[in-house]
Write a protein that binds this ligand. Structure first.
Ligand SMILES: Cc1cc2nc3c(=O)[nH]c(=O)nc-3n(C[C@H](O)[C@H](O)[C@H](O)COP(=O)(O)O)c2cc1C
Length: 340
């Protein structure tokens, strides 16, 4: 085992709870759904998983068996944090109460999503233009629940580490138990490298745990992010979709066999079919495949060969054909496929 896995496997207290592993699955809409999380659970090696973002307005009356995003397996709920987006403190607090009642590990407040559809509702990263309102939301949620309250945020709308540090202090003062910080400005949709040194600045300013996030793709990146920022843990996004076994590789010494790509893709198909109706299952497979095929040289062509399908049975046949012969993998994911 390496120094990095030793670090990642140190326990950490978050609010009144504890985790035994500091490597987390970052929230990703359309990717981090219940089917993917079941795939990931089988590999293990993570500390917590974050759900896709859920609308705080919808959560109090959602049916977990019909909702697309507010859906989970009983076996995962204690290691799952539900991410909420919204802009009204009372609405966010009400949703957080339901999340706590359902038995989740914690709730996460989305202050990072810069998608127009979310920002237009004054939610996600738009709230970083109104720090007092963001703090009010956190305080309202804090007051309503006793389980851990996480906040995920970005640098803001200006590339200034001092603003990020100021946000972090406000969020801690408002009652957040942990922060996940993605050091990019809001309009940047992952095209430029994140500034990991800003995570260090945030970490210096608060006493609560800080999880660094952004462009961690291999074990060296983990080590470098920890060295540069002294963060308490790491949340990984896209690489977790590309290689759902990375958590287990980096924290538990798992070594993937040569058929890992084929077996993982087939398992993903089975799980998507088990959790979703056929049209959505196919849509989610195609989304997953963008990141999964970033593992290969000529990933675009492999993507087309896998996804030229109108139903899941054809996807299965495509997977068997594509992975019938060994494919050339890349040491780092194909970045062109990673910028979405
Ligand atoms: C397809 C996609 C969907 C995402 N959805 C969310 C989301 O719902 N909530 C959120 O806070 N961040 C979301 N993110 C951002 C990720 O959590 C993460 O901050 C970002 O991908 C950078 O981390 P990475 O380089 O490890 O992927 C999303 C990212 C991607 C690629």
């Amino acid at each position: 085992m390496t120094e990095i896995s030793d670090f990642l496997r140190q326990p950490l207290t978050i609010g009144k709870r504890r985790i035994d592993n500091r490597l987390l699955l970052a929230p990703m809409s359309g990717l981090g759904h219940v089917a993917f999380r079941e795939l990931l659970s089988a590999f293990g090696g993570y500390g917590l998983m974050f759900s896709e973002m859920c609308s705080a307005r919808a959560v109090p009356r959602e049916n977990r068996y019909h909702s697309r995003v507010f859906r989970w397996r009983d076996q995962e709920v204690t290691e799952l944090v539900c991410q909420l987006f919204g802009s009204d403190p009372d609405v966010m607090a009400r949703a957080a109460v339901r999340v706590e009642e359902e038995g989740f590990f914690g709730v996460d407040i989305n202050l990072g999503c810069s998608a127009a559809a979310i920002c237009k509702q004054n939610s996600g990263a738009a709230l970083l233009k109104d720090p007092p309102l963001a703090a009010k939301i956190i305080a309202a949620v804090r007051k309503a629940v006793s389980f851990p309250v996480f906040v995920k945020f970005r640098t803001g709308w200006k590339d200034d580490p001092e603003r990020a540090a100021d946000f972090a202090m406000r969020f801690e003062d408002a009652g957040a138990d942990a922060l996940t910080f993605h050091p990019r400005v809001a309009p940047d949709r992952r095209s430029r490298p994140p500034k990991w040194e800003y995570i260090g600045r945030v970490k210096e300013c608060v006493a609560i745990p800080v999880f660094g996030n952004g462009n961690v793709f291999d074990r060296n990146d983990c080590g470098n992010m920890i060295k540069i920022s002294r963060c308490d843990g790491i949340a990984i996004g896209r690489i977790a979709i590309s290689k759902p076994w990375v958590f287990s590789m980096w924290t538990a010494g798992f070594t993937p066999g040569s058929d890992i790509y084929k077996t993982t893709a087939l398992k993903m198909v089975d799980l998507l079919e088990a959790h979703y109706e056929p049209v959505r299952a196919l849509k989610y497979f195609k989304k997953f495949a963008v990141y999964f095929t970033a593992n290969f040289r000529f990933g675009h062509s492999i993507y087309s060969r896998l996804c030229m399908a109108g139903d899941m049975q054809t996807v299965r046949e495509n997977i068997r054909n594509v992975f019938n012969t060994p494919l050339e993998t890349t040491t780092r994911p194909n970045m062109n496929m990673f910028v979405s």
